[in-house]
Structure formats: structure tokens, C-alpha cells
Design a binder for this molecule. Sequence first.
Ligand code: 3HC
Length: 289
Amino acid sequence: MNISVIGAGQMGAGIAQVFAAAGHQVSLVDISQESLARGVKSIDGSLERIVRKGSLTEAERTSTLERITTHTDLGDGVKSADLVIEAATENSELKLKIFAQLSSLAPAAAPLATNTSSISITRIAAATDRPAKVIGMHFMNPVPVMQLVEVIRGYATDDATCKMVMDLSRSLGKTPVEVNDYPGFVANRILMPMLNEAMYALWEGVGGVAEIDTVMKLGMAHPMGPLQLADYIGLDTCLAILNVMKEGFGRAHYQACPLLVNMVTAGKLGRKSGEGFYNYSGGGKDLVV
Ligand code: 3HC
């Protein structure tokens, strides 16, 4: 199949990688050559890791990369798509604009999927000419490693689109789970309040970064502590998701911790900016808070 992936950030790059590794032709689209180059570099790094583990050969790494073409022009990147997957920044205005453009640029038969973490699929679908073919296909970070794809049906999504996306996810070796369209869906509705609560515990002085993360890692057998995971996801993304849930449900429960708001305002976005609860500038992670 021809898969078009919009956005070459950490999620878009990971999605492009898993489709190309499964033998699909992938068109990766972003607004600048620099973003595309960064995306391809991260795919190459991830493939190299898999080669080192012995589950991919050098020849397969090369052929996977060869199946990915890059585009700065949206029309060019989606013109032959059998499926479009949008993985742009978690910003509703941006996503609505992209989906409105996809209506005229992508082939009429192509389903349009979004990797949104929390924004209403029904609202995104309403910006298009084909609401029945719009669906959520929510991958988890790091995409090549995580087993889950959360498949979200919008109000108008038809059975054929849902079946296609469920089957395709299985063919990538993932486990798709179908859920309905409410803010944060299931994954982030449950995850984000936990990360936010860890930030409140830090802000209120209940424990330090290392203490809070160690309690959750060793006490609950989580692979990462909540503050480390928030840095990994991106603090701006965590804030955007909490705001969508706060607005959608109107419950104080989803009010973002003031420490998170301050850190995002100060440009401390976690791993991607080099600093969040930890400092990543030296390659590893050191405590900063
Ligand atoms: N590409 C390829 N392989 C990768 C990789 C990548 N980007 N990242 C990790 N790996 C592989 C490693 O090679 C290693 O493989 P092996 O076990 O076969 O040797 C394995 O994954 C484990 O990696 P590491 O040994 O380097 O490190 P860890 O054991 O700490 O695992 C982790 C890293 C998989 C990221 C683990 O810490 C983890 O599972 N963390 C939690 C991740 C999580 O919760 N993700 C969901 C976030 S929420 C989300 O995405 C939703 C969004 O909407 C916000």
C-alpha cells in the first residue's frame, strides 16, 4: 500500500518506520527539509538499534529506508495515498487545517487517519469531505517498540474504515484496541492524570524527582517513572492533552499542574528540548528539579 504520513516528528517518524519495515511505500511529509532530515535520521538510528539486536539485517535496513520518500508539498505527498496518517503537532487549529486540505488533495477513496492523542475525531472529520472515512489511529511512543494502537471511531466512522485500520495494525504486528471518541480516549484519559499528579506531588514538596520516579518504577513496576515519561512524551504535549480533557469534561480533575504550565512557558519541554525534569544535554539524564 501507499501510506502518507504527515509530520516527521518523533511519532510521525516512528509510524513511517513501522509501515516501511512492513513493506509499504511511505511518503513522509513535513513543512521543511530540516524536519524531514531529522525524521529520517531518527528512523535510521532506530533501525540501526534493531540491526544491532539481530532482528533486522543491514539489507533490510537499507530497503526499509528506500521505501520512504520525503515531501515538503502536501499535495505531492498524498496524491497516491491509499491511507493518510496525520501525526502533526497536537494543535486543533493545525489539524483542522490539514484535514480540510486533505479533502481536496488526497484520493477520494483514501481513509484519513489521525494520530491525535486527545482531540475529537468527530470534530476533525467534520472539517473533511469524508467524515465516514476519518478515524483515530493512535500509536504509542516509541512506535517501533510499543504494542498498542488505540483505534478511535468518530461519530460518523464507518465499519469498513474501522476494519481496514484494525486489520492493517495487526499486519504491522501491533495489537489494535477499538474505543470511542471522548476527550483523551482511553490511553491518555488514564495516563495524563497520573503524570499530572506526579507533578503536583513534586510541586507540593511531597518528594523529589528521583524519589517520585523511583516509587512508581519499583513500587508499580512501571518501565519509566511518571516524570521521566512526561519528559519522554514532551511536556508541551502533556499540557495540550490535559487542556483538551479539561475543556471537554469541565472537571478540575484535569487542571494542569502550575509547575507544568511554567516549564512549558519557559521552553523546558523535556527530552526534545534538552531539559525538563531531567537534563539531557550530556546524552544521558540528570536531575534538574
Ligand atoms: N527504536 C527501536 N528500538 C527501540 C527504541 C526505538 N526508538 N527504543 C527502545 N528500543 C528497544 C531497545 O533496543 C531494547 O530492545 P531489547 O530489549 O530487545 O534489547 C528495548 O526497546 C528496550 O530499550 P532500552 O533497553 O534502551 O531501554 P528500556 O528498557 O528503558 O526501554 C522503553 C525503553 C521501551 C522506552 C521503556 O522505558 C518503556 O516502555 N517506557 C514507557 C514507554 C511508554 O509508556 N510509552 C507510552 C507513552 S504515552 C504515548 O505515547 C501516548 C501519547 O499520546 C502521549
